[in-house]
Ligand binder design. Structure first.
Ligand SMILES: [Zn+2]
Ligand SMILES: [Zn+2]
Length: 108
């Protein structure tokens, strides 16, 4: 069995934005700000694409979504569906699966 991998680049669509928290961090200068502070503009090569910009160092597309955990400013590295909705977190704050789920053994 071959596991399908989804390695596409995540586009910054409005739908996606709704699911994320408002904290953003710049990979260029580590500037932390809120979603509303991120600069927005058209990609000069493809105007239909909106790119985000850092309000401090003006790097383009450098702003990263951050962990849903309060006061955690690490970039999102994992997405986990939970009972309360989709959680986007850093590695350290991945929601644990509820106990009671069946553990499938690797028998045979
Ligand atoms: Zn920056
Ligand atoms: Zn975190």
């Amino acid at each position: 069995m071959v596991a399908r991998e989804m390695k596409g680049i995540v586009s910054h669509t409005e739908e996606k934005e709704k699911e994320m928290n408002d904290k953003r961090v710049c990979t260029g200068c580590d500037h932390r700000c809120e979603k509303k502070d991120v600069l927005r503009g058209q990609n000069p090569f493809k105007p239909s694409i909106t790119v985000g910009g850092c309000p401090t160092c003006f790097a383009v597309d450098s702003m990263r979504y951050t962990c849903d955990e309060k006061d955690c400013w690490l970039s999102v590295t994992a997405g986990t569906p939970t009972a309360e909705g989709y959680k986007s977190t850093c590695n350290e704050h991945i929601p644990r699966r509820k106990t009671g789920e069946r553990n499938e053994s690797m028998g045979n």
